[in-house]
Design a protein around this ligand. Structure first.
Ligand SMILES: *[C@@H]1O[C@H](CO)[C@@H](O)[C@H](O)[C@H]1NC(C)=O
Ligand SMILES: *[C@@H]1O[C@H](CO)[C@@H](O)[C@H](O)[C@H]1NC(C)=O
Ligand SMILES: *[C@@H]1O[C@H](CO)[C@@H](O)[C@H](O)[C@H]1NC(C)=O
Ligand SMILES: *[C@@H]1O[C@H](CO)[C@@H](O)[C@H](O)[C@H]1NC(C)=O
Ligand SMILES: *[C@@H]1O[C@H](CO)[C@@H](O)[C@H](O)[C@H]1NC(C)=O
Ligand SMILES: *[C@@H]1O[C@H](CO)[C@@H](O)[C@H](O)[C@H]1NC(C)=O
Ligand SMILES: *[C@@H]1O[C@H](CO)[C@@H](O)[C@H](O)[C@H]1NC(C)=O
Length: 578
């Protein structure tokens, strides 16, 4: 039994300054419980997922025979409409298989890297051009249906400096993207054929030259899709394989940090996941949490590994201050091991861990006893919540979390939506589309709905389109009566979030910065203090979510910073030193 969709007032302010998702993406049980709700099917495997507007998610895959067609060949890019739960093909020129991406300071989405051309079954001419140096531009698009939005590519004139398959990219303090590592050529498992041990940027720095990284060299061969995070001082923390480092983009220096304990490997093909935990005023002390992966040695060739090797249940957490680094990684254990887990920052500051497998590895067709083609087995069907503020030993909570029956293994993705629920799609541990295996190519979309999705929710009904750093901003808010009774400035949480770019068990650029909030006497408006500067929140698009008690509002999109094309100047005020 399902309740009808809750009507949220459709809000169109003068000048279109505010976008609130007007409908729920999927209905929920009436009694305020977590639930999985299947709704719709994608036409390509959702291998890369990024929210590009309040109503649209852009998905990417490879050019190898997905059912969705465009220009007489299979598509490998798709726009998913969160209001209708349907998707349609978008034209891409180069192959986006195992690329990365992010939003720039001016709101433009950039997709980077990919693979060499490939033929789908039955084709004689590849429909795709070489994507390894690919740069694809999706300009901010106000059309809520997405039908008039386009992806721009000009591979002859607009491309990366190096071939990059399996790179990561993240938005940094000046609003541009830092692009990390990858490989020059397709490799079946380890990064041991032609690793690209360099960084580069978009728009380019250093006259387009790459920067060699000793860290990337040191972390071979399990260092694909490195997990990088922009710290509140502008430096970048990276974890790859079983090691970590802080990279200073400005002085171009690497400072090695303690390795992940117990030799747990956490990047592809031994995918654990990692997140920067929520940052809070006044000090915005950065902490990173790294979970899952595998402790089997990189000295073992892939054909001597098995799909039954247990995944690691280890979570390692570090505080990135001088003292915290001295103390090193603090260990915790998830309720079960996970290979390829997803970690999603929730607007209330908790971390949702979902997807992945209890045994085996990422990639496909490479270990001794694949299941069909899958290197992984024993899908984990039940998510778990992690509360970073609870006492150690009491942080994992599974109460009320639902169980799905859809395996989400290699090439699956998940993202928080602007509406506050979680979009989960993809999974394809196969070469092309396979429909008769234990782990098929998965097209079904599921939403994981938090309990608040079936309650009356607070709603931000007016907000500026753009906010500066270190500024007080007033937004209009409707708080349902049952929540308003007890609402006050100290029990309202306001999160400023980048929803990230999801692929390969990593949500690059994903970020949550809490803002001080003052509730007006009539409880009709909130005065927020924006982050102090562009290093605490790299300038660019964000969603504001308000949580009263445990009930989170739909997100409201704002542009944070001056909205100019990168690189942008430093803005706001320096961080108070701790
Ligand atoms: C699926 O989404 C559509 C479009 O938003 C909606 O009308 C429908 O009720 C949803 N179905 C379920 C089962 O939630
Ligand atoms: C990291 O992994 C490599 C390869 O498995 C191993 O040789 C090395 O000892 C590990 N390093 C640490 C610090 O555990
Ligand atoms: C790997 O497996 C092969 C058999 O497939 C075996 O001969 C070899 O000894 C194994 N090597 C290692 C390092 O375990
Ligand atoms: C490796 O990880 C597995 C699974 O978590 C665990 O059972 C085993 O004890 C670990 N081995 C070492 C040497 O840490
Ligand atoms: C699936 O179908 C393909 C093509 O018909 C066939 O080659 C393969 O053996 C089948 N696999 C399984 C697990 O049935
Ligand atoms: C805010 O509300 C909470 C819960 O109702 C209450 O415990 C707290 O004392 C209130 N704080 C203030 C400053 O009124
Ligand atoms: C944003 O900046 C990028 C990089 O300079 C540029 O390609 C893009 O066209 C800009 N978008 C807008 C909307 O100005």
């Amino acid at each position: 039994m399902r309740l009808p969709i809750l009507p949220l007032s459709p809000l169109l302010l003068a000048g279109g300054s505010l976008s609130v998702l007007g409908t729920l993406a999927a209905s929920s049980p009436p009694n305020g419980e977590w639930s999985f709700v299947q709704n719709g099917t994608t036409g390509i495997t959702a291998l890369e997922t990024i929210v590009v507007s309040p109503t649209l998610i852009l998905l990417f895959d490879r050019a190898a025979g997905d059912p969705l067609q465009i220009n007489g060949h299979p598509a490998w890019a798709e726009l998913w409409n969160l209001e209708t739960n349907t998707g349609f093909a978008v034209n891409a020129i180069t192959d986006t298989f195992c690329a990365s991406g992010a939003l720039l300071s001016n709101g433009t989405m950039v997709s980077l890297g990919g693979q060499a051309p490939e033929l789908a079954p039955g084709e004689t001419v590849p429909p795709d051009e070489d994507g390894r140096m690919g740069i694809r531009i999706f300009e901010p698009c106000a059309d809520p249906t997405g039908l008039t939005c386009t992806l721009f590519e000009d591979p002859a004139t607009l491309h990366l400096a190096a071939n990059r398959w399996y790179p990561s990219s993240l938005r940094i303090f000046d609003g541009s993207l830092m692009i990390i590592g990858g490989t020059n050529t397709a490799t079946p498992f380890y990064n041991n054929l032609a690793p690209e041990n360099t960084f580069e940027f978009f728009p380019p720095k250093d006259n387009g030259q790459t920067r060699f990284s000793p860290f990337l060299e040191r972390t071979l061969p399990s260092n694909l899709f490195p997990r990088g995070f922009a710290l509140p001082d502008g430096k970048v923390f990276i974890v790859a394989n079983n090691q970590s480092v802080i990279y200073d983009v400005e002085s171009q220096t690497e400072t090695p940090l303690p390795p992940i304990p117990n030799s747990v490997h956490v990047t592809n093909p031994k995918d654990g996941t990692a997140t920067l935990l929520p940052l809070s005023p006044p000090l915005y002390i950065p902490e990173v949490l790294v979970c899952g992966g595998s402790n089997t040695s990189d000295a073992i060739p892939s054909f001597n590994l098995t799909s039954q090797d247990p995944a690691s249940d280890q979570c390692s957490r570090i505080t990135l201050t001088e003292e915290g680094v001295k103390k090193g990684w603090v260990l915790e254990r998830m309720p079960e091991g996970r290979m390829m887990p997803e970690m999603i920052l929730m607007p209330d500051g908790k971390v949702l861990i979902t997807n992945g497998a209890g045994t085996g590895y990422a990639a496909y067709s490479s270990v001794a006893d694949t299941i069909g083609n899958s290197n992984a087995d024993h899908p984990v069907f039940t998510p778990v919540l992690y509360d970073p503020n609870a006492q150690i030993g009491q942080r994992f909570d599974r109460e009320g979390l639902p169980t799905t029956d859809i395996a989400r293994l290699y090439h699956s993705t998940a993202t928080l939506t602007p509406n506050g629920n979680i979009f989960i799609a993809g999974s394809n541990p196969n070469i092309g589309v396979v429909e008769n295996a234990t782990y098929n190519t998965e097209f079904r979309v599921e939403y994981l709905n938090p309990p608040f999705m079936s309650r009356s929710r607070p709603t931000i009904h007016s907000a500026p389109e753009k906010v500066a750093f270190n500024e007080k901003v007033t937004v209009g808010i409707d708080i349902p009566e049952d929540l308003a009774q007890n609402a006050n400035s100290s029990n309202i949480k306001v999160a400023l979030m980048d929803l990230g770019f999801s692929t390969h068990a990593f949500h690059s650029s994903s970020r949550l910065v809490f803002m001080e909030a003052e509730l007006s006497g009539d409880k009709k408006s909130l005065t927020l203090t924006t982050p102090p500067n562009n290093r605490v929140y790299p300038p660019g698009p964000a969603y504001i979510f308000v949580t009263v008690d445990d009930v989170t509002s739909p997100g409201t999109r704002v542009m944070v910073g001056n909205g100019l094309a990168p690189p942008v100047q430093d803005q706001g005020v320096p961080l108070a030193s701790s």
